[in-house]
Design a protein. Structure first.
Length: 419
């Protein structure tokens, strides 16, 4: 039904007066009002509408039917929103709000309530949680690193710089001490020189030779490198002077001092100056003439290869000992010639550094040295005469846990008359 079908020619007040008359209302209306349920209108309105359109007049019964139909439609809550807006034009806009206005106002109030309640809850929604985390991250960025973080950011680089400076300082110190030690021993070389036309030939003076060890039959006696040594000058430089050690296979040559406590020459050169290179020195318990069953000579394993730093070349090249298996100790009036029969790494508190009292102890010592050896000479030796031995000892690796030792047995003593 449209506004065109209902052509009202009278005022709204007249409509209300007529429709409210008790006699004109249908009998079913009170029942519908009591039950609260909508009542279907079975009255056919189309003929009435057509008649009204043709005659151009509206009877009181038709008006009553239309009024009841409108009340029936408006009583259904589900259909209230579908009523035409023009049917409410009879009311003032200032006194009533439309459904859209009410919905907008309700939504605005509910949204405001949610916004007010959100801060009071913890993680009320994903958006609020994300915004809270974002705010906390922003707060952290504004606050910057913690105090502990600042300390570490300053302390760690400082420690690294200190370590670098310390390492560099130690390296520079060692370098300077190495150079100082080299100068000392280069100066001492003036008193220890190779003789002209030095060779491994019998001594021209036909010296007396004392054979102290059992050696292979092919050994030629009294063959040794000729050195011109000023014993008096070396004794004057250091009263602890014992002799000169020479290992031809390594080109190792140093004067040897007799230690009184095995500590002083760890940090003192042969001249007596303080230096980490120290000296080559004989064990404090050894005899100066090296007549003991076993004597130990110590020296530092220097990084630049000086002192006993070159001894480990025997481990790096197993042909060195075979090419020249002897080392020598030159003393005033004689030369002690030792045959290398073993070398290896061992603990710093090894059996090597403990003496023995009898022939049985000597045999066990030799057997242990041979079984531990990294070097296995082709010749076999007979130790039945219990010839004196000498051990060359130096540190090996870091932490001073291991030592490297070279064992030599006295093969012969060459007596030389001083000129």
């Amino acid at each position: 039904m449209t506004d065109k079908d209902l052509d009202f020619e009278f005022e709204p007040e007249d409509i209300f007066e007529e429709t409210t008359a008790a006699d004109d209302l249908p009998e079913e209306a009170p029942a519908a009002a009591d039950s609260g349920r909508p009542v279907k209108d079975n009255t056919e309105t189309e003929p009435v509408a057509e008649a009204s359109a043709e005659e151009g007049a509206v009877t009181e019964d038709t008006i009553a039917e239309e009024t009841v139909a409108e009340e029936t439609v408006s009583s259904d809550p589900a259909e209230e929103g579908s009523a035409d807006e023009d049917s409410f034009d009879i009311f003032s806009d200032d006194e009533f709000l439309t459904d859209d206005d009410l919905f907008a106002e309700t939504k605005e109030r509910s949204g405001g309530a949610k916004q007010a309640a959100a801060p009071a809850g913890h993680g009320a929604s994903g958006e609020n949680t994300g915004s809270s985390l974002a705010e906390s991250e922003e707060d952290k960025e504004k606050k910057g690193p913690s105090v502990l973080g600042k300390i570490f950011s300053i302390l760690i680089p400082a420690i690294l710089v200190a370590v670098i400076l310390l390492s560099g300082g130690l390296f520079l110190r060692d370098l300077l001490e190495y150079r100082a030690a080299d100068k000392v021993y280069d100066k001492l070389d003036e008193f220890v020189k190779e003789a002209p036309e030095n060779s491994f030939v019998p001594d021209e003076e036909e010296p007396e030779v004392e054979i102290t060890g059992a050696v292979p039959d092919a050994t030629v006696h009294a063959v040794y490198p000729r050195l011109d040594i000023d014993y008096d000058a070396l004794k004057e430089v250091n009263g602890d002077f014992v002799g000169v050690l020479y290992v031809p296979a390594l080109d190792l040559r140093y004067p040897v001092a007799k230690s009184r406590n095995n500590d002083e020459y760890l940090t003192r050169t042969f001249e007596g100056t303080r230096n980490s290179a120290g000296s080559i020195f004989l064990d404090m318990n050894a005899s100066i003439n090296l007549s003991d069953s076993n004597s130990i000579i110590f020296g530092h394993n220097m990084k630049n290869g000086s002192m006993f730093g070159s001894l480990q070349k025997f481990l790096q090249d197993d042909t060195l000992a075979d090419s020249d298996p002897y080392f020598y100790i030159y003393q005033d009036g004689r030369v002690l010639k030792y045959r290398i029969f073993s070398y290896y790494t061992t603990l710093v508190d090894s059996y090597v550094y403990y003496g023995f009292q009898d022939a049985a102890g000597y045999g066990r010592y030799v057997a242990k040295a041979i079984s531990s050896s990294a070097y296995h000479p082709a010749e076999t030796f007979d130790f039945m005469g219990y010839p004196p031995m000498v051990v060359l000892s130096t540190c090996y690796g870091s932490g001073h846990v291991y030592n490297f030792v070279v064992h030599g047995v006295l093969q012969e003593t060459i007596i030389r008359n001083r000129k």
